[in-house]
Design a binder for this molecule. Structure first.
Ligand SMILES: Cc1cc2nc3c(=O)[nH]c(=O)nc-3n(C[C@H](O)[C@H](O)[C@H](O)COP(=O)(O)O)c2cc1C
Length: 439
């Protein structure tokens, strides 16, 4: 069978463009109304997407006066989505730095049961200094330490998910036996960061373990992904960058003793779609014109770990020293690298970088016809740049609907995308094996 493309819908605000919330075509729902998220997930399910994804940041980010940088807590939302969809995979972000592994293992195991095996965890280490201030108030934990802690965190949650044998529950009313106690065992973990006795108080979940997704692209993030991730979200500025990332991850995955086809690489794609390229560009400009540059400046500063950009003029070409070197950024280092690349483009100004980030926060954007979008997807997919895409519509639901109605049928005709769901679990959609039980 022909290799199949994977599509995830990333639901964010009223679309991924910073100014989408103001656009008349964007959803009329309030962003605190769960019906909006249910509606998006149901539309994505009708279009046969593999999954929907909710991001998370553990602080109120800059600029709420000019943009709805708010969202409901993702795991809570997955509970609602689990019962209002029946096929599509459900991905929530949760930080390994600011929660306890026992809580997280339990919540995701519960969600996997509730959704009958459709849940994934987007593992993040939480890059923002503002998040650190909400958890203990100490200084931000360094990039390396966050990943070191994350490594031990993975060991603990995996052991907890494996602490029940698949056949541990008997539930026999006649004999009075509910479970085989000898098929449930403690984990007795004692490490540098965590002491966890176990076992989990939730039985083994339908997928064995929730699908593990990762989204950090720094050198440390990549090697973490090669060891743990079954799918990777990533922001890439060009096909060439995406190919380099793809090859590196697949090589590192093999070196870590895992099958490269068991790690899906899903770069972000934010397409503005219209009948002609000119119309698509006009639409993109229309949304750009709603953007507030000073809010963008604050947001960029946030991505750079709070680096002060207030003195940098918006319209003169950027100079060395205007922005920090990515290696010195303790926040989202891979995003700092993208910012540095954008800034090094000829005559790039701060306003240019802000505009690029406003469109989709450093992910690949394009404006074009359905045919052009499908061609790009096919090209990246067949030429070693992607196993699928993390679709980030600039406006929701309009650009999701345009993608579903006009781009997906082209991909289906080319034999690249499913015409029906084949299995019931997210592992089935993604083509991932069940993790072997240790029992
Ligand atoms: C598509 C995508 C989604 C992400 N979602 C989140 C998120 O919800 N919360 C978060 O703290 N970081 C998120 N990140 C950031 C990374 O997970 C990571 O924490 C950050 O890039 C720092 O890691 P790095 O320095 O290895 O890149 C996301 C990144 C990508 C590419």
């Amino acid at each position: 069978m022909q290799r199949q493309l994977h599509l995830n819908l990333f639901i964010n605000s009223r679309g991924h463009h910073e100014a989408s919330w103001r656009h008349p075509d964007a959803t009329p729902y309030a962003l605190t109304d769960i019906r909006y998220f249910q509606d998006m997930a149901q539309r994505a399910e009708a279009a046969l997407f593999d999954s929907v994804f909710l991001a998370d940041i553990l602080a109120l980010v800059e600029g709420v006066e000019h943009g709805p940088h708010i969202w409901l807590e993702p795991m809570t939302m997955l509970g609602a989505l689990a019962v209002s969809t029946s096929k599509i995979g459900l991905v929530a972000t949760c930080s390994s730095t600011y929660t306890e592994p026992y809580n997280l293992a339990r919540q995701f195991a519960s969600l996997d049961h509730m959704s009958k095996g459709r849940v994934a965890w987007n593992i993040v280490t939480s890059s923002l200094a503002s998040s650190a201030r909400n958890f203990g108030g100490g200084p931000q934990i360094s990039h390396d330490d966050r990943y070191a802690r994350g490594e031990e965190f993975m060991k603990v949650v995996t052991a907890l998910w494996d602490s029940w044998a698949e056949d541990a529950i008997v539930d026999d009313r006649t004999s009075g036996v509910y479970a085989h106690a000898d098929r449930i065992r403690p984990i007795n973990h004692r490490g540098d960061f965590y002491q966890v006795a176990g076992p989990l108080n939730v039985p083994r979940c339908p997928q064995g373990r929730p699908v593990l997704i990762q989204a950090g692209s720094s050198a440390t993030g990549r090697s973490f992904a090669a060891r743990h991730a079954e799918a990777i979200f990533t922001a890439q500025l060009s096909k060439l960058d995406a190919q380099e990332f793809y090859a590196d991850i697949k090589t590192q995955t093999a070196a870590a003793g895992r099958r490269p086809d068991q790690v899906l690489i899903l770069p972000g794609l934010s397409p503005m779609i219209a009948g002609t390229e000119t119309e698509a560009r006009r639409l993109a400009h229309e949304v750009d014109d709603l953007t507030d540059a000073e809010t963008g400046r604050k947001r960029l500063s946030g991505w750079l770990g709070g680096y002060d950009l207030s003195h940098v003029p918006l319209d003169r070409p950027l100079r060395p020293g205007d922005l920090p070197h990515p290696d010195t950024v303790q926040a989202a280092r891979s995003r700092a690298e993208i910012i540095a690349t954008l800034a090094s483009r000829e005559n790039a100004t701060l306003r240019d970088v802000i505009a690029y980030f406003a469109a989709a926060r450093g992910h690949y954007t394009m404006a074009g016809t359905p045919e052009q979008i499908a061609n790009l997807i096919e090209d990246w997919f067949t030429d070693g740049a992607a196993d699928g895409f993390n679709l980030m519509p600039p406006l929701l639901p309009t650009m999701l609907d345009a993608f579903s109605a006009e781009v997906i049928p082209l991909l289906q005709r080319r034999g690249l995308f499913r015409t029906a769901y084949e299995g019931g679990m997210l592992r089935d959609h993604y083509g991932l094996n069940q993790p072997p039980s240790n029992w």
